[in-house]
Design a protein around this ligand. Structure first.
Ligand code: FPP
Length: 224
């Protein structure tokens, strides 16, 4: 049976859920945050060490300002209210993506990372202002600047996800089958699960089912 070290998730469908149930995309994001909390709990229960969540992509800046502000307020309140709790639970928070936010948010993100940096039970990589092509270009520029060899190891070591094993599993909710510029390098050999449910409807049972299905897959990594 396959062990699971790292699960990555594209949490898609908040907007559609919000329109359908509350006539507001933003309320879909609020509901989506409840799913985030449930999935963190289940990840810990299953002794998985890394969880990477796609919260905001480099392309999401194209959205209306009102929605962007709502999302970042949600994040800010989440960190202000929950970071101590995450810390108590021995959870490490790491932001992946380019941190060019307001000074206030950048400070909060840095202090949240610092506070939890020694924690060992679960590492949550929160992808914020994240784009995979951007991440790879950034890694190549570091390699060039340091006159290093361009090889697999040096690229991996200079991605935002350095020191994190590649995901075993990628889950995308929301009935859409694409990668949307997420972890393009790291997902080379991941098992991909596309889930019809919208993110706020995705629950522990759905997650558990995917984890169990993954355990039964024969992974060849190009071998036979
Ligand atoms: C994609 O759904 C979701 C997002 C762009 C934001 C994800 C945010 C959350 C789950 C809540 C906030 C999380 C934290 C950690 C504070 P969509 O809006 O593209 O949905 P749609 O495809 O139905 O429009």
């Amino acid at each position: 049976m396959n062990s699971i070290k790292h699960v990555a998730i594209i949490m898609d469908g908040n907007g559609r859920w919000g329109i359908k149930h509350k006539k507001s995309r933003n309320l879909g994001h609020k509901e989506g945050l409840k799913t985030v909390e449930k999935i963190i709990k289940t990840t810990i229960k299953n002794k998985i060490k890394y969880l990477t969540l796609y919260a905001f992509s480099t392309e999401n800046w194209k959205r209306p300002k009102k929605e962007i502000n709502f999302l970042f307020n949600l994040l800010e309140n989440f960190l202000l209210n929950k970071i101590s709790d995450l810390n108590k639970q021995n959870i490490k928070l790491k932001i992946i993506g380019k941190k060019n936010f307001s000074i206030k948010l950048t400070k909060l993100l840095n202090s949240s990372e610092k506070k939890t940096s020694q924690n060992k039970r679960l590492q949550i990589n929160l992808a914020l202002n994240y784009g995979s092509k951007n991440e790879i270009i950034n890694a190549l520029n570091i390699i060039k600047k340091n006159k290093l060899k361009i090889n697999e190891s040096n690229i991996s070591k200079n991605l935002f996800t350095k020191n994190t094993p590649d995901p075993d599993i990628l889950i995308r909710t929301g009935n859409t089958k694409r990668l949307s510029n997420f972890l393009l390098w790291q997902l080379a050999y991941s098992e991909i699960f596309f889930e019809k449910k919208l993110w706020p409807d995705f629950n522990e049972k759905d997650y558990f089912k995917i984890l169990n299905n993954f355990k039964k897959i024969k992974r060849n990594f190009g071998n036979i």
